[in-house]
Every structure is written in C-alpha cells, then in structure tokens.
Write a protein that binds this ligand. Structure first.
Ligand SMILES: *Cc1c(COP(=O)(O)O)cnc(C)c1O
Length: 565
C-alpha cells in the first residue's frame, strides 16, 4: 500500500501529536498543529517525508464546561475506519518485561495542490498484547509518568522499527520535541559495532553517525515541558536499551532528560523563534541552537473569502506565499473589508450556535484562544473590570475566548472558571463569550472572524505562538506582548500593535496598564473612527506577516539547513 512512497529515500518526521484534520483527534494543540502544517507544506513543496505519530484512539480529551466554567474531561474517540487504513506489518519491543507488538495505520495526507505524504500512526491495541499494553496508544498525554514513558518507547523505538519493516529508506530523522528522542537510542543500537571489533573498554556506539542523521526542534522554555524519567523507572520499563553508563552520558546523570538526549544525538538543533533560540541557548549551554521561526500553512489557515481574493489578485500565493507581500498594493480596501466581514459573519453564526449569544458584526471583536495555563495569562485583559467597562462605554467592543486546560493543570482550569465569572460581570457592557472545545476547526473560524488577535503571555515563556500567524493570513492584526514570533512580526501600527516593551519578567501590572492604554488610545479609535487606516493595518498584517510567517518558508529552511547538510 505504501509502495508509492518507499521507492525513494525520505525524511522521517516524528511527533507525539499531529493535527491532520479536525475529525482525527490525534493532537492537543500548537505542537500538533505545527506538525500538521509541516506535512501540509512538505506535500505542497513535494519534499519527500514520512511522519510517525501515535493513533490516540481516544484522542486528547473532549472539553465539557458547565455554566460556571468548570471543565470536565471526557474521552474523545474518533472514527478510525473513516480516515486510516490498517498496515499489515508489526514489530515487537519489550516493555515492562513483556513483549509488546506495535502495528500501524496509514493516513495519506493529500495536499490541495496534489502532493501527498504518508503518515504512520502507531497502535498497540492488538489481541496478542496484554490488556494493559493494548491501551498504551489510547490516550494522548494521558495516564501517569510510566504511561508516558511507554508511549515514548512506542513512538521512538517502535516507530523506527516499523519504518524499517515497511521498507522505508530514511535519509534523516526530525524529532519534533523531545518525546521521540528514543528513536536516536534505537539508531545507536542499530549502528553499534560488534563486540569483537572493539578495543577493551571502547564504547560500541557510533554517536557521530547517529548525530549526523538527526535533527531536533525544541519547543518550550518552560521547564515542566521537558520530559524527565527516573532511571529506576526507565530500567523497569525499558530494561537495558543501551549500556546504562552510555545512556547517562547522553541523557543526564540523575534522570533521563529527553531534551538532553535529543540535544546530544542531533547535529542540528533549533528553537522555534529567534528569541526562543536565544533563551534555549542559555538553558542548554554548550549546544548550538539555531533559530527557525515557525510558520503556518497558507491554504489551511486562510478563510474561503480570502482564498478567493488572493486567487484573483495574487495568483500562486499557495505555493509562494511571498507573493502576499504585494497585498498592500494589489488588494482594494473594499475587497479586503468585504472578505473580512464574511469571515466575521461565519464566526458570529458559530458563536450563536454554540452559546446562543448574538454578537454584533458592526462592533470590533477581540479574540483570545490558547491552551489555558498560567503563563499565557488569559486573565490579563480582565485585571481591572471597571477600567474595561469604562473603555467599552466610550468605544464598544466584544470578546471571544476559547481554550482547553490540561487535565492535570488545576491552575489552568481555575483560569477558565475565572474567565466565566468575568464574562458574567461584564454582561451588558462588554459582550464576552467562552467557546468550548477549541480545536482546529474552531481555530480556523476564530482567527479569521475576529478583528484583533490578542496574546498576553508572560515573557519569555511563549516559545513562538502560531495562532497570530493564522490571523495574519486573514488580515487580522495582532495585539500582543512582545514575545515569541511577535518580536519579529510586530511593526507598530503597520502589522498590529505591541503590549508593553520586550523586557523579560513579571510585569503583570505594567502589562495590563499598557494593554488598556493601547486598546483605548490606539486600537479602538482606529477601528471606530478611521476605517481606511484600519484596513491599511489589515493589509500590513497580510503583506508583512503572512508573507513571511508561513510553513513553506519554514520547510524550505529545514530542507536546506537541517535535512541536507
Ligand atoms: C494554532 C493552534 C494552537 C496554537 O496556538 P498558539 O498561538 O501557539 O497558542 C493551539 N490549538 C489549536 C487548536 C490551534 O489551531
């Protein structure tokens, strides 16, 4: 079945999550969406890749919210039979002293320009496995630390073995985050020199050879985002993968640190924005961390009305999004405003269906949708409700919110509740809605339909952020703290606006003040009183942000700097 793809060498792209489409619940958020955009761009650019991920039959979780905003998590199964085909290959690995068989399902990502990429989704839910092992690939980021380590064994080790069993010839391996770093350990085993060829005491592992074929992208400057496993647990579950002394030299003396493992076994390492690469470089002294700023897939994140507009005036933009740089000259004000109003109307209808609330197409709409967690500060906008009301009485606006909190993130869940409390308190003055079940489909609707895309993370913890780039493809300017990609994307008053300066650290009070001032003095007056000026910023976002922050540019850089060296 995969014959179309195994006849030429390919780049293997490993990711714990990949957002292939809304109906397949194999992702949780930004990391997965980036992985999906990576493959979508590779398809459009005809860069031969093969992706490896988990099948995640029960998804990440389905978000239920009661009227107080309390989040409950439910399994989120999806219809495998509609989207993926079973592969007949299977490979074995030993997990917790038992033999565990791993098989795969294939999904062929079909690009809108005809390119195709195979995706292998790993599955342990086979009759020949013990009941406990059958569930390893059920729930994305579910379970405890042991469950996570088993998933990472299946992904890294099972993935490499299955690619081989399927007949793939792999030129290069790309680890999207540290979850898949065990793939490099499997390569060490594969390339090890036989004992009889070694001098006494010499290591059998050919580290340079493995480093040569591996690249690693790190995604977060948040410490908790880097997986660490106690060596006791590792040995209990994995047995002796490679000599423990060698493993400790590569992955850390005290605990197995997946980031360190990936850093030591990859010749090319990068962060996902310039600032993030600098921060990572400081976190991991002694390693060279390149910067490849993220991008989003042009076609996927552009709403239908804007696709039509670009097709008519900037033909070829889907293949060369650089062409969008002409947006400010080639698109008329009326056409841009008209396309935006259509996308806004679509969002308004979606909001009405989901919440029963009727928002007003005439009034500006601020959008904020993120994983709900403390450092993203979703409540910064609501720091002073009286001030927010005072601004809205002079210059009306509305707010649309969405986002899930990780099941173990109690702080994130409390934030969702607080946002609901704020929404009630603002009723009648600032219409505010919280939409449940933030996913790819809802994101497409939100980033295109609001008037301003808001982001207020605590610096420097937003590695990149990508939703603001999606907004730019739809002529929606960003209003954001200077962190992640926005440090590179913000041209004040031209592509959007900055909140505060780029100083690091916790300046919550100052950031809130800066946000209110920018809203009241710059953003809302422009919207309400100078429509041509507003549309100029919309065009600036398209011409100067979308033309650059797209995944085609990102993939061309990975291809020339990481994959082919
Ligand atoms: C794009 C996207 C994200 C990532 O957005 P950030 O800007 O990085 O917060 C998360 N979830 C979904 C569903 C997305 O589409």
């Amino acid at each position: 079945m995969l014959d179309d793809f195994t006849h030429e060498p390919r780049i293997a792209y490993f990711s714990m999550e990949i957002a292939l489409r809304s109906e397949m619940h194999t992702y949780s958020g930004g990391l997965g969406v980036l992985a999906g955009d990576t493959l979508r761009s590779a398809a459009d650019l005809e860069l031969p890749m093969v992706a490896v991920t988990l099948i995640s039959r029960e998804g990440y979780f389905r978000q239920r919210l009661d009227d107080q905003g309390r989040q409950a998590e439910e399994p989120d199964p999806w219809a495998l039979q509609d989207w993926v085909q079973p592969l007949d290959a299977k490979v074995a690995l030993t997990i917790g002293g038992r033999r565990v068989w791993v098989t795969g399902w294939q999904y062929i990502l079909q690009g809108h320009m005809g390119g195709r990429q195979p995706v292998i989704l790993l599955d342990t839910d086979l009759e020949e496995n013990a009941p406990e092992d059958r569930s390893i690939t059920h729930r994305l980021y579910g379970g405890d630390i042991a469950y996570r380590f088993k998933q990472e064994m299946v992904l890294g080790i099972g993935g490499v073995r299955l690619l081989q069993a399927l007949g793939f010839e792999i030129l290069h391996y790309h680890m999207n985050e540290g979850h898949s770093a065990l793939l490099a350990v499997e390569l060490l085993r594969r390339y090890a020199y036989p004992a009889e060829d070694l001098r006494p005491g010499e290591s059998p592992y050919d580290v340079p050879r493995v480093r040569d074929v591996c690249s690693f992208t790190t995604h977060t400057p948040v410490e908790a985002g880097h997986d660490r496993f106690a060596y006791d647990l590792v040995q209990q579950i994995a047995g002796t993968l490679i000599d423990l002394g060698a493993l400790k030299r590569l992955a850390g003396d005290d605990v197995l640190n997946m980031t360190r493992l990936a850093l030591n076994l990859s010749e090319y390492v990068n962060g996902v924005a310039k600032r993030h690469a600098e921060v990572s470089q400081k976190m991991f002294p002694g390693y060279r961390v390149h910067a490849v700023t993220n991008g989003v897939h042009p076609f996927t994140w552009t709403s239908e009305p804007f696709r039509k507009l670009y097709d008519a005036h900037l033909s070829g933009w889907c293949h060369e999004p650089e062409l969008l740089i002409r947006a400010d000259c080639c698109l008329s004000d009326d056409a841009v405003w008209g396309a935006h109003c259509q996308a806004k109307q679509t969002l308004i209808e979606r909001v009405r269906t989901l919440t029963g609330v009727a928002l007003n197409v005439e009034q500006p709409m601020l959008g904020f949708a993120r994983r709900m967690t403390a450092y993203k500060r979703p409540d910064l906008l609501f720091s002073d409700l009286e001030r927010l009301r005072a601004i809205a009485r002079e210059q009306p606006f509305q707010i649309v919110l969405a986002g899930k909190a990780h099941p173990h993130d109690d702080g994130g869940k409390a934030l969702i509740e607080r946002l609901h409390t704020h929404a009630r308190a603002l009723a009648g003055v600032v219409p505010t809605v919280f939409l449940p079940g933030y996913d790819m489909g809802l994101a497409q609707c939100l980033v295109a339909g609001v008037d301003v895309w808001l982001n207020t993370p605590l610096r420097p913890l937003e590695a990149s952020g990508t939703s603001g780039m999606k907004a730019a493809f739809n002529g929606v300017p960003n209003l954001s703290v200077l962190d992640g990609w926005w440090i590179e994307g913000c041209i004040e008053g031209v592509t959007g606006w900055a909140v505060g300066d780029s100083q690091m650290g916790d300046s919550g009070g100052a950031d809130a003040d800066a946000l209110y001032r920018k809203l009241a003095e710059v953003v809302l007056p422009l919207y309400h009183r100078n429509r041509p000026g507003w549309i100029a910023v919309m065009k600036g976002a398209i011409a100067k942000n979308a033309a650059f922050f797209n995944s085609h540019r990102m993939m061309r850089r990975y291809a020339t700097e990481a994959y082919i060296r």
